[in-house]
Design a protein around this ligand. Structure first.
Ligand SMILES: Cc1cc2nc3c(=O)[nH]c(=O)nc-3n(C[C@H](O)[C@H](O)[C@H](O)COP(=O)(O)OP(=O)(O)OC[C@H]3O[C@@H](n4cnc5c(N)ncnc54)[C@H](O)[C@@H]3O)c2cc1C
Length: 271
């Protein structure tokens, strides 16, 4: 299908972009989710503000002990960054496994988190790593913790006039890894798991088990009490009610959650 007609601007300053957002425009980053949604008429924004001219929204750097990644940084750059690999292995793993090379060349970290797709890989990674997004809008700046960003299917707590400018991952992130299961290389995760090990504490967050990324608390409680990974894996999906469909039953997805939580934890331990 052909998208409805839309106005388009490509500002070169954040202030200009914020003014356009305040006028009702919708941000477009890599367009990897928004353009297909527009073609299907699931989204028909009257006006788009393209963030790709904003150089200050790209880049990967340390800020004190935190790792900070500009919202417009492409998945390919995140996947290939030695800094990300060293500080947040789970994020490097997840970015490297997104879609295809074409998708990774266009798609951005900020766009993925704003999209809040239940099968998108990055929300679970941000949740497990205890990260946050830095947001700017007409009324100023704020920080949203990963657990407070996504509230439902394709829905976040971002206001319409706000945009994500950066992603912040806390220092001392420990060892981490991401594992996903999908049918073809280009597909989204049916289920995914991000594991982070800090000292003696393991944190695991799951993709595809609810409308938003969720913590695998059943898994975490057993592992953090000294139980075996095998036992913990049996409880990774406790309390979850994943959507059933052509990609599998809830029971199958809970099984996948256990396999992937264990796999990601073993990979993190091996780092
Ligand atoms: C074939 C294919 C396979 C894919 N496979 C995967 C996969 O395996 N795993 C995965 O995680 N993803 C996958 N994706 C999605 C991909 O990661 C996209 O990059 C991502 O969903 C959206 O990022 P984007 O930069 O393209 O955002 P866009 O499509 O431009 O925007 C997405 C949404 O975010 C909003 N937005 C964009 N940037 C900002 C910002 N800075 N602040 C506020 N709102 C913003 C837009 O208004 C829109 O609502 C796939 C996509 C395709 C087409």
């Amino acid at each position: 299908m052909i998208p409805t007609k839309t106005a388009y601007t490509r500002p070169e300053s954040i202030e200009e972009a914020l003014a356009t957002l305040a006028d009702g425009a919708r941000p477009i980053a890599g367009g990897m989710s928004l353009i297909p949604m527009m073609k299907l008429r699931l989204a028909s924004p009257a006006s788009l503000v393209d963030l790709s001219g904003l150089a200050e929204l790209t880049g990967i750097a340390m800020d004190g002990s935190d790792l900070v990644i500009g919202a417009m940084t492409r998945h390919r750059e995140v996947a290939g960054s030695a800094l990300v690999r060293a500080q947040a292995g789970a994020l490097a793993d997840a970015a490297a496994g997104i879609g295809s090379p074409a998708v990774r060349n266009r798609g951005t970290i900020g766009g993925s988190l704003a999209q809040s797709d239940p099968h998108g890989d990055l929300p679970a990674v941000l949740l497990a790593l205890g990260g946050s997004v830095e947001v700017r809008g007409a009324s100023g700046s704020r920080t949203i913790a990963a657990a407070d960003l996504a509230v439902g299917f394709l829905t976040t707590t971002l206001a319409a006039d706000e945009m994500i400018v950066a992603v912040r991952l806390p220092g001392g992130a420990g060892r981490s890894a991401y594992a996903k299961f999908h049918r073809r290389a280009i597909d989204w995760s049916i289920v995914g798991a991000a594991a982070v090990i800090r000292g003696t504490t393991t944190t695991v967050a799951l993709t595809g088990m609810a409308a938003v990324a969720v913590r695998a608390t059943g898994f975490e409680v057993i592992v953090n009490a000294g139980g075996s990974l095998e036992e913990a894996a049996r409880h990774a999906g406790d309390g979850t009610r994943p959507a059933e469909g052509l990609d599998g039953s809830a029971e199958y997805k809970r099984h996948l959650a256990g396999v992937l939580a264990r796999r990601a934890t073993e990979a993190a331990l091996a780092r």
